[in-house]
Design a protein around this ligand. Structure first.
Ligand code: GLN
Length: 492
């Protein structure tokens, strides 16, 4: 067992640590919130993780939280500062999706996840930068500005939830929410050395999440450790009648499964995820981490094969753009968002609105999707992709008859340099090879810190069958109890 962590900066507390101090009246939410706001002022000029800083609102919410705490009426999230990715609607607060199209969009309602956090008395300190409409793996596709990795400012924080991950890693808030369509929680969590969970499709309501690819999108927590991840999932999971794809299963208390007893759990290591071109240090770190789990009592099968994995990238880049093209048709300059004003006709106005409102990557996806869905190509691309999607899902189902979890690297490399892949879409797409198949199959997966190469973070991905979040959290918890990677902090 490890010693008790000594915390000098309040903004570096975990949720469970801060909650204990708040409850015992050794700290107030206003003090904690001020520590985060101070930290934001100190690092934001360099990290640029936030699109909007909600200082006034945060202090007001903190004061209210302190009253709740005084009355003893609390949840573990009461009074704890959080950051929300800027594709989740926040009533009265700009929600840009890091796009020119929504730069001045102020939603008239809260996303369900935001509403649920508000009901817990949460404090929101800001909205996080992201790749435009969540399309990307580096946050360089934000139409506003790129975010920097707090471990090395010349590198990307990953994406598309790069702002959320960087903010947590830099100590700007205690935790954040992100969204994951093909890896956008896990990949930045890996790149920034934080814990990130993509829940099972349907576990968390998508109501009020700006839609990218509706059959793949899912909201989840980015936190400093697994316990915090369980606490946030407790608050946001569960059925919502405003999202017909949310599943009416009861929500367990996810902290109940956090024990270090993983004896006998069966873990499979799919060889296709140790892809060609993978960085040697990443492979070594992940194999060492798996060895640790074996030491802790898990039964590891080192040579599992999931042959359809090879097609996941192609399937994703047909299905995700097809759904995106349909979802993004609503941005026509008429209903809400950016509207081009100097047009000659209605058609001209719509065309120019989309021409100036969307960035290059978004346009690329719309074109890919339009092509894949057009008459004559639909059968060859979209329908075929859906069939392969079924095969990928079945292959996972079969694997989960034998294993409780599968483990892979989160990404094939450590965080890359800013600018390195931004002009090469295929290289950029490849940074999600290990995470995309999970969304295609609708499974839950968590990324946890598992080492460093030359000071740059490495993430390990644990994948489970649908609604087995407890198993993933348990394995991740056992690993974090036995290691210290997740306790390392950036020096900036
Ligand atoms: N990087 C992937 C993409 O660009 C996944 C993004 C996401 O999960 N939102 O589509």
């Amino acid at each position: 067992m490890k010693g008790v962590r000594q915390i000098t900066d309040h903004n570096r507390l975990t949720i469970h640590e801060a909650h204990n101090l708040l409850k015992d009246k050794q700290l107030t939410s206003v003090e904690l919130t001020k520590a985060c706001l101070e930290r934001i002022k100190q690092v934001e000029p360099r990290v640029k993780a936030l699109v909007t800083i909600t200082e006034e609102l945060a202090l007001e919410q903190a004061r209210k939280a302190d009253e709740l705490l005084a009355s003893g009426n609390t949840s573990p999230l009461t009074g704890i500062p959080a950051i929300i990715k800027d594709n989740m609607c926040t009533k009265g607060i700009r929600t840009t999706c890091s796009s020119k199209m929504l730069e001045n969009f102020v939603p008239p309602y809260d996303a369900t996840v935001v509403e649920r956090l508000n009901n817990c008395g949460v404090v929101m300190v800001g909205k996080a930068n992201m790749d435009e409409f969540a399309m990307g793996s580096s946050t360089e596709h934000s139409a506003l500005f790129p975010t920097h990795n707090p471990w090395d400012l010349s590198r990307v924080p990953g994406g598309s939830s790069g702002g959320s991950a960087a903010a947590v890693a830099a100590g700007e808030a205690i935790y954040a929410l992100g969204s994951d369509t093909g890896g956008s929680i896990r990949q930045p969590a890996g790149f920034c050395s934080v814990t990130g969970l993509k829940p099972t499709y349907g576990r968390v309501s998508r109501y009020g999440l700006v839609a990218f690819a509706s059959s793949l999108d899912q909201i989840g927590p980015l936190t400093q450790d697994v316990t915090d991840c369980a606490l946030v999932l407790n608050a946001i999971a569960g059925y919502d009648d405003r999202d017909s794809t949310s599943v009416p299963y009861s929500v367990p208390d996810y902290t109940q499964c956090l024990t270090t007893d993983i004896k006998g759990l069966r873990i499979g290591i799919p060889r296709e995820y140790f892809v060609e071109g993978m960085q040697a240090e990443v492979e070594t770190a992940i194999r060492t981490a798996i060895g640790k789990l074996e030491e802790l009592g898990a039964t590891v099968e080192w040579e599992v094969s999931l042959p359809h994995t090879a097609h996941a990238l192609a399937v994703y880049y047909i299905i995700a753009p097809s759904e995106a093209m349909a979802n993004l048709a609503r941005y026509d300059g008429v209903k809400y968002g950016f509207s081009y004003q100097e047009a000659d006709s209605m058609w001209d106005a719509m065309e120019k609105t989309r021409q100036y409102g969307f960035g290059d990557e978004v346009k690329r996806r719309i074109m890919l999707g339009t092509y894949a869905l057009s008459a004559g190509y639909y059968d060859a691309y979209y329908l075929k992709a859906q069939k392969v999607r079924t095969l990928i899902r079945q292959e996972f189902d079969q694997a989960f008859e034998k294993y409780d979890a599968l483990i892979t690297p989160t990404s094939p490399t450590v965080p890359f340099k800013m600018g390195e892949k931004v002009d090469d879409p295929v290289q950029m797409y490849l940074s999600d090879v290990c995470t995309l198949p999970i969304n295609i199959a609708g499974l839950p997966a968590i990324s946890i810190p598992a080492g460093f190469a030359d000071g740059l973070p490495i993430g390990m991905q644990i994948i489970g069958k649908p609604f087995s979040e407890e198993t993933l959290l348990k394995i991740a918890y056992a690993y974090q109890q036995a290691t210290e990677w997740h306790e390392r902090r950036t020096k900036i």
